[in-house]
Design a protein around this ligand. Structure first.
Ligand SMILES: Nc1ncnc2c1ncn2[C@@H]1O[C@H](COP(=O)(O)OP(=O)(O)O)[C@@H](O)[C@H]1O
Ligand SMILES: [Mg+2]
Length: 318
């Protein structure tokens, strides 16, 4: 079942003064399946925050139509707000309120009755391991704890769709990973639909059932990580330096998961779908095949810019 569907959504900003309008979204068609994790990925300025703001009714589209949880974006924004929640990477709370007070404040804003509110706060504090910070004022929390509070807050009203705008931006890798595992758990165990934005390719791949690439206000590609990768040859590059007679690439090209092989003197560059799956077989094959001494191995992951470059070269549907 589709929980979100958008058709022809467009939004422009009119800057102050006499500047040209910024066409932030230029005709977005989108369908999101209930119970999935959906990621919008794109560089800065692509329109991700604008699109999230429209889906959460914080902004009104100039053109197009859409439904969220069966409610119309234009005429039923109040209904939508009751059943969704949103949090951004730079969450802001009242500085002098503690973790529990901030959650209580939001519970009151959402119109939750006292006993229900208190029960929910206790559950969320436990779920996000905020017990030791329960009475700590917001301005004394670490960045990672602030982010856990933001996630807890966004579940206070038991949303059917959770929107997250760059949930791990500026966090260290360990905290980002723990946030990703909370998100996966909420999706798997409670069937929560999650719509997030990121510009981190690995994050998108790890989390998402579906990824849409947004660039300059248009969706230029969409699909799951696997079929997007094959579209753009989005793989890892393994670069091996060796000493010895020149290698023949034929033994390697026939292995599973190998996308491209290039051999020059003392250097072989191999593009694979996933280095974690292929490195072992690849190394064994290389060592068995030639009378060579391995000098150095480098693994290069494509960054977002490479993928976008590749995508924007190809003619796209919009
Ligand atoms: N309030 C605003 N006024 C004018 N321009 C804006 C405003 N918000 C966003 N923009 C512009 O709209 C485009 C899309 O921005 P945004 O949705 O924030 O992209 P993203 O979240 O992908 O970085 C950018 O060119 C940005 O500068
Ligand atoms: Mg943004």
């Amino acid at each position: 079942m589709k929980i979100i569907s958008l058709s022809g959504i467009a939004k422009s900003y009119l800057p102050d003064g006499t500047g040209e309008p910024v066409h932030a979204l230029q005709g977005i068609d989108l369908e999101i399946e209930q119970g999935t994790i959906f990621t919008l990925i794109g560089p800065n300025g692509a329109g991700k925050t604008t699109l999230i703001s429209i889906m959460t009714t914080l902004l009104f589209p100039d053109k197009g139509t859409g439904e969220v949880c069966g409610f119309d974006l234009r005429s039923q924004s109040g209904k939508i707000r009751e059943v969704v929640n949103v949090t951004s990477g730079n969450a802001n709370f009242t500085d002098i309120f503690s973790v529990a007070e901030n959650l209580n404040y939001y519970g009151m804003l959402y119109g939750m009755a006292g006993p229900k509110r208190r029960k929910k706060i206790d559950r969320l504090i436990e779920m996000f391991q905020l017990q030791t910070h329960r009475n700590t004022p917001f301005n004394r929390l670490s960045t990672g704890t602030k982010q856990r509070l933001a996630l807890a807050k966004s579940l206070m009203n038991e949303p059917r769709v959770l929107f997250l705008d760059e949930p791990t931006v500026g966090l260290d890798p360990q905290i980002s990973e723990s946030i990703r595992s909370s998100l996966k758990e909420m999706n798997r165990e409670d069937g929560l639909t999650i719509v997030l934005t990121t510009h981190n390719m690995d994050e998108a791949e790890e989390l998402s059932d579906h990824i849409s690439f947004l660039q300059a206000g248009r969706i230029i590609a969409h699909g799951n990580a696997k079929n997007l990768k094959s579209k753009v040859r989005w793989g890892d590059t393994i670069r091996i330096r060796y000493d010895g007679p020149s290698l023949a690439p034929c033994g390697i090209t026939s292995l599973t998961g190998i996308l491209e092989v290039e051999v020059t003197e003392n250097l072989v560059t191999i593009t694979v779908d996933d280095h974690r799956k292929r490195l072992d077989t690849l190394m064994r094959t290389l060592v068995l095949q030639g009378n060579i001494i391995l000098q150095d191995i480098e693994i290069i992951k494509p960054d977002l810019e490479d993928v976008f470059l590749e995508l924007s070269k190809a003619p796209h549907p919009n």
